[in-house]
Design a protein around this ligand. Structure first.
Ligand code: CS2
Length: 439
């Protein structure tokens, strides 16, 4: 039997279920990229707000590519479970915030119509680094953007403008440096090129707050789903497994209303930069180091790589000697304590977080995870041995090719083959990699 509104009552008593009337909730949020990360993070916070009695914040999830999430969630009325694991315990809760999933390539009109409704106030994104359709120089690649969310949004803007409806908050929850500013800039580039008559409406009525989002969410496996079915007594195709920890820092710059996420642990601040920079350069930087150096040593999972004394030392060095000095920390940030807590989180064996999951899309991740740090030191005449070791492991990973999953994988492999790994590693600190090489 499958999890759905009709079977919710069959769940064991210790599994918390939505305490609110799901049908009575208007869709206030349209979310692009309804993968496991969104379901374990922003949708989870929004579900807490709905449970606390807020109204109007149901989520319409949009998949920009595959129909698989729609197939997982729609037959379940949008319901799915979030299981938090760690410290030898495991708790499961059913999240009810997601109302429906639309597959954009199949039904673009439905996506546009949802965003153009007066109930919609926020459009949010977890579409991964490559989803923003940036070219190698960071500007919008119009032909890539045609197949992404940009045309859907500009059509929805046109309808909102024609109806005299208020603007929207566009909230990027991806691991990009200055994610809000980048989204704002890219959206403006799109409008300038394709819909200039909407440019002023967007600039005057919409905002793109910056966010730092953090929760480790390993991809759910078939074994995970089967084990969960044995404990829940119901099949949940949309199940997500995660750690108990989560953090969300949001720039308080919304175009209209928003849920009171701060009542449920989110931090609403005026300046996200110190949190975002620390997270990208320390957590994600160390993650990518462990991924490439760990795979090179034959490990499969993050907890195995961090248990290796040399890799742990290298990850710690990357965080404290290399990344930390580049971060202009906020008064409440203790970067040494942060580094220690990250090592503890990486060491959690229950997460079964695969290094290969982190290793994908290196070309999109490495600039903000390592190269901004390396460039900072290079300007001062210093080297970054940990980042250099990680970078070499990435080049070896590319050259080997067997596990490479990267939109620039072929170009990068050819580049390493042509110039040699040392020459490529020597140029990594100029901050412009890979545009310097790939034209
Ligand atoms: C990871 C991130 O897959 C990756 O590249 O580094 O997804 C990481 O787990 C999250 O950013 C943690 O918040």
């Amino acid at each position: 039997m499958r999890l759905s509104s009709d079977t919710l009552a069959e769940l064991p008593a210790e599994v918390a279920v939505p305490a609110y009337d799901r049908e009575a909730q208007a869709i206030g949020i349209v979310h692009f990229g309804i993968g496991a990360f969104h379901r374990a993070h922003q949708a989870w916070y929004t579900d807490l707000a709905l449970n606390a009695g807020e109204h109007g914040w149901a989520i319409c999830g949009v998949s920009l590519r595959s129909a698989s999430v729609a197939e997982q969630l729609n037959p379940q009325d949008g319901l799915y479970s979030v299981t938090e694991r760690g410290g030898g315990t495991s708790t499961t809760r059913v999240v009810g915030a997601v109302r429906e999933v639309i597959v954009a390539p199949k039904d673009p009109e439905a996506v546009i119509a949802r965003i153009a409704l007066p109930d919609c106030h926020i459009v949010s994104f977890t579409i991964t680094e490559k989803g923003y359709a940036r070219g190698n120089d960071g500007s919008l690649d119009i032909s890539l953007a045609e197949g992404s969310f940009y045309p859907l949004l500009s059509e929805a803007f046109a309808r909102r403008q024609a109806q005299g409806l208020p603007g929207l908050t566009l909230m990027s929850c991806d691991n990009l440096a200055e994610n809000g500013q980048q989204l704002d800039r890219l959206m403006r580039e799109w409008l300038k090129a394709k819909d200039p008559q909407l440019f002023d409406w967007f600039a005057l009525n919409c905002t793109c707050p910056q966010t730092m989002i953090d929760r480790i969410v390993p991809a759910t496996t078939d074994e995970d789903r089967a084990a969960l079915e044995a404990t829940l007594g119901l099949r949940d195709e949309g199940a997500v497994l995660t750690e108990a920890f989560s953090q969300w820092v949001i720039e308080d710059r919304f175009a209209g209303p928003r849920p009171r996420w701060e009542d449920h642990g989110a931090q609403l601040v005026t300046n996200v930069a110190p949190y975002e920079t620390a997270k990208l350069r320390m957590l994600n930087g160390a993650h990518s180091l462990l991924a490439y150096c760990g795979l090179e040593r034959g490990f499969t999972f993050v907890h195995e790589a961090i248990a290796d004394a040399e890799l742990r030392q290298l990850a710690h060095r990357l965080m404290m000697q290399e990344a930390a000095p580049t971060i202009d920390a906020a008064p409440d940030q203790d970067l040494a304590a942060y580094a220690d807590s990250l090592i503890d989180r990486f060491a959690e064996p229950a997460l079964q977080h695969r290094l290969a999951q982190i290793a994908m899309d290196g070309s999109q991740k490495i600039p903000q995870r390592w190269l901004d740090t390396a460039a900072w030191h290079s300007r001062r005449g210093d080297d970054c041995p940990a980042i250099r070791a990680a970078f070499r492991a990435w080049l070896a990973h590319l050259a080997d090719g067997s596990l490479v999953n990267d939109p620039l994988g072929d170009e990068l492999r050819a580049l390493v083959a042509n110039k040699g790994p040392e020459a490529v590693a020597d140029r990594m600190t100029d901050g412009r990699f890979p545009s310097e090489f790939i034209v």
